[in-house]
Design a protein around this ligand. Structure first.
Ligand code: ATP
Length: 248
């Protein structure tokens, strides 16, 4: 097992079986700090399952997951969140009837303390953090708008903002541009390029034009394993990748 302390994330020999079927099969993957990694691959390759294992939604059958060199394989999901892992699922889980401001405010870590969000005092520090995140996600002039009234793209950004409120050191996003307009995709690329300056980011994506614009490195998965890994140019010209994924 690796003892390297420099990686944001070290996944080693990871396997998960569902009734004997290995959805993730002895997979090893290292993500650098401040790296934006894109995971691609055909349907059923195991991409979502891999993120489920990293965030703690699914338990590994064997292998190891280390976050900033700390073993997290057996610890529960909420504790991984506290350690600095953030995961965004495909469908946004924002509070539609609250304002953008409130959505961000309740996502501030102390708002989730034992006293709960209701007793939570909105301090100047929280307000400043809300402002900062709101400008990061392009919603600084929408703070008083009810979240349910935002466009589809803006809702996705708000949810990313809610994760950013916790200042995660590893952020995982599953198909963040699904259903977005061309201009929303452009803005999302800018957003992702910005937020990976302070943290590692893992994105699952199918749109290769978008992948090109954001990926530092690309991992191609197939049947629960890694088929290829490296720069976009390298994986795009790999005959194995063309055969199982890009050629279709
Ligand atoms: N909880 C589960 N129980 C049984 N099988 C599962 C479970 N979760 C995932 N699988 C299976 O594991 C395989 C990998 O699924 P996964 O959703 O991770 O693929 P994916 O690469 O994310 O695909 P897509 O691009 O379609 O989202 C699939 O064959 C799926 O049916």
């Amino acid at each position: 097992m690796s003892t390297n302390t420099d990686f944001a994330l070290a996944v080693e020999d990871l396997t998960v079986s569902f009734d004997g079927f290995k959805a993730i099969d002895n997979l090893t993957l290292y993500i650098d700090r401040n790296e934006l990694r894109v995971i691609i691959g055909p349907n059923g390759a195991g991409k979502t399952t891999l993120l489920d294992l990293i965030c703690g939604k699914t338990r590994a059958s064997s292998g190891s997951i280390k976050f900033k060199n700390q073993e997290i394989t057996r610890i529960p999901e909420f504790k991984r969140v506290r350690l600095g892992l953030g995961r965004k699922f495909q469908t946004p889980s924002i509070y539609e009837n609250l304002s953008v401001f409130k959505n961000l405010e309740v996502s501030y870590p102390e708002g989730r303390s034992v006293f709960g969000a209701l007793a939570f005092q909105c301090t100047d520090a929280v307000k400043a953090r809300v402002q900062e995140v709101a400008s990061d996600i392009g919603l600084a002039d929408r703070l008083e708008v009810e979240a349910g009234l935002l466009s589809h793209g803006q809702k996705q950004w708000l949810e990313i903002g809610m994760l950013l409120m916790q200042d995660p050191e590893l952020l995982m996003l599953d198909e963040p541009i699904a259903g977005m307009s061309a201009s929303e995709r452009d803005l999302t690329a800018d957003l992702l390029n910005r937020i990976c300056r302070n943290r590692a980011v893992i994105v699952i994506e199918h749109d290769m034009e978008f992948v090109k614009r954001i990926a530092h490195k690309v991992t191609v998965m197939h049947q629960g394993r890694i088929l290829a890994e490296g720069s976009m140019e390298k994986v795009q010209s790999d005959p194995k990748v063309i055969d199982v994924y890009l050629g279709h």
